[in-house]
Design a protein around this ligand. Structure first.
Ligand SMILES: NC(=O)c1ccc[n+]([C@@H]2O[C@H](COP(=O)([O-])OP(=O)(O)OC[C@H]3O[C@@H](n4cnc5c(N)ncnc54)[C@H](OP(=O)(O)O)[C@@H]3O)[C@@H](O)[C@H]2O)c1
Length: 320
């Protein structure tokens, strides 16, 4: 049963955060969104998209709370108004760790938070074989590990979310972070058919977060989101796209050495995105076995959820 915890989303204007705010509102939670005052002024000045987003949040009943991850007092004050804190802050170098550790410190001081969901929404960072992961992904995943450690050490009730590759991030470009849309003539393919990838829609991930924060079974656990129907290789993705469009593509299977070179030569955040593609193959981050003492599987906890499939998403792209 969905409860009525008051929820604060930090990072609610971001790519993942928007879905979390929408899911919180849709589930009927009193929802607050922490917004940086500077960002709001910028938005008013020159980012109509963000202004529209904030207006849409407000129109649906969200409360805008002004604050900053780097301003301890504002964070503590915001935490004291709610029961649950969900972070969806991004990572620009060391910011993710520094910022999230500040959120941990504020939650600890506030003392009233019954569930914290830190910004993760990827693989199980505790299980990643770090040596197989290239920079800057290695440092960013390691930062997420340290945030987990800090949350546990502070005794903060929490749930860590592993939802692997986000549909909206990866499917529109058929798995290739170097392009903005699906290929016209040549598809670049990473890895072979044996490299299975898990794709989860942001809306499904967010809806599950709302279930999880009210669910004692996910308390102090990792929630693994691994719908079996959404497991396929990057190569399968291209095949599905070809079948749907009825158009055959040339295939370029990028050799591992070339991927490594591109990671080394690309700017941030492209180097991070490519390094995560590399980690998917080299560290098999989507093939982790679940540690039953540390985590629970969403498809078992919530068997009634109909997950959006890769097919659904690709159909939507064709119909745009
Ligand atoms: N699995 C996947 O495929 C996938 C894909 C993407 C992301 N992710 C994960 O999802 C998480 C969120 O990433 P994202 O790409 O959605 O992030 P993003 O789009 O960069 O958004 C970051 C958010 O953090 C806010 N923020 C930044 N600095 C702040 C500060 N000092 N105080 C308060 N808020 C601040 C930003 O607010 P402003 O509006 O003020 O800038 C924005 O709302 C990360 O953990 C990332 O690794 C996973």
């Amino acid at each position: 049963m969905v409860g009525v915890s008051r929820i604060l989303v930090i990072g609610g204007t971001g790519m993942m955060g928007q879905h979390l705010v929408n899911a919180s509102l849709a589930a009927g939670h009193p929802t607050a969104v922490l917004i940086r005052p500077a960002a709001t002024e910028d938005a008013a000045a020159g980012d109509p998209g963000r202004t529209k987003l904030l207006e849409a949040f407000k129109a649906r009943g969200a409360k805008i709370v002004y604050g900053d991850m780097n301003d301890h007092e504002s964070l503590v004050a915001a935490c004291k108004q709610v029961d649950v804190v969900i972070s969806a802050v991004g990572h620009h170098g060391p910011d993710l760790e520094g910022g999230q550790l500040k959120i941990v410190a504020a939650i600890k001081e506030a003392g009233n938070i019954k569930r914290f969901v830190p910004s993760e929404y990827g693989c199980d960072v505790d299980q990643v074989e770090r040596e197989a992961v290239m920079e800057p992904a290695r440092s960013i995943l390691q930062a997420k590990v340290r945030v987990r450690q800090a949350v546990r050490a502070a005794g903060i009730p929490h749930t860590f979310i592993c939802s692997y590759w986000a549909h909206g991030f990866v499917l529109p470009r058929l798995g290739n972070p170097e392009v903005d849309g699906p290929p016209d003539t040549t598809a670049t393919i990473f890895g072979d058919e044996k490299t299975q990838v898990i794709f989860v829609h942001e809306d499904d991930m967010s809806m599950l977060v709302m279930k999880a924060v009210e669910d004692p079974r996910t308390l102090n656990k990792i929630l693994y989101v691994r719908p079996p129907a959404n497991k396929c290789s990057f190569s399968d993705l291209v095949g599905v796209w070809e079948d749907k469009t009825g158009k055959r593509l040339d295939k370029y299977h990028m050799p591992q050495e070339e991927l490594v070179k591109r990671i080394q030569e690309s700017p941030f955040p492209l180097n991070f995105q490519l390094a995560m593609v590399h980690a998917t193959m080299a560290a098999r981050v989507c093939d982790q076995t679940m540690d039953a003492s540390a985590g629970v599987e969403a498809t078992q906890l919530y068997p009634d959820v109909n997950f959006a499939t890769v097919h659904d998403y690709l159909d939507g792209l064709i119909n745009i």
